[in-house]
Design a protein around this ligand. Sequence first.
Ligand code: 2NE
Length: 272
Amino acid sequence: ISMVQQVRLQDIIYDKADGEGVAKITINRPEKRNAFRPETIEEIMRCMTDARDDPEIGVIVLTGAGTKAFCSGGDQGVRGEGGYVGPDKVPRLNVLDLQVQIRRMPKPVIAMVAGYAVGGGNILQMMCDITIAADNAVFGQTGPKVGSFDAGYGSTQMARLVGQKKAREIWFLARLYTAQQALDMGLINTVVPLEKLQEETIVWCREILRNSPTALRVLKAALNAAEDGQAGLQELGGNATLLFYQTPEGNEGRQAYLEKRRPDFSKFSRFP
Ligand code: 2NE
């Protein structure tokens, strides 16, 4: 039996089970359909950083408490002029930082969606590498109805997932879509009965965890790089450095510097 470590923060729950390799971040504001406020995002980002740094963790699951919602986007009750306002009274759109953090996370992030994934909540599931949805899931953008939009990843990533025509429909009409419709348009990866959602997510996590972590990390960086321009190449390039630092050739340079001698790279082959 693995020990579950659970940390309950103000707006989220963070779970890690010993030896399982999975970290789970649950937005815990079910009375607001798991809408996020600045504190929610700050807490998620803190746990994402912990999961990234923890060598035991190979997959991160992002989800919402209860079965009614994954996340209903920004909490309109704390929306001020210029962003969402927390205890420090500063208006923030820090969900954009979380989107980037998920994008750059060198481990797969899975969205486990029951109920509504709308507005900024739909964008969060789009930023995840894989989305597993329950058959009661509902997806869509409400921004144009409530005077909001995401003209960053919320638009560009959506168009890449579902195509330009469909992305324009989703944003311009602000309709809601069933899990099956979302699957058919390429917005998510699979739909399962609600009562099987956790079980199916664990199956996907375990399959991923059996695979080479380095292969997964470089593949994610490569899939990002094709879309992310200079930032994407920086991420992919960082992986090349990480691998090079593990080679005798890379270490010859460091060793020579420390020994105050000229490096001898002659023994390393020039591959065709
Ligand atoms: C999610 C949805 C469709 C659910 O409908 P339903 O009927 O199941 O629940 P209900 O009764 O609407 O909601 C239950 C409680 O949750 C609150 C509601 O106000 C309600 O509170 P009480 O009346 O019981 O006190 N609630 C739900 N979503 C909330 C939210 N986002 N903010 C604050 N309170 C919320 C339905 O609730 C809905 O349409 N919600 C609003 C979705 C929305 O417009 N989200 C914001 C989009 S903009 C955004 O996320 C964004 C962006 O575009 C760019 C940057 C950053 C963020």
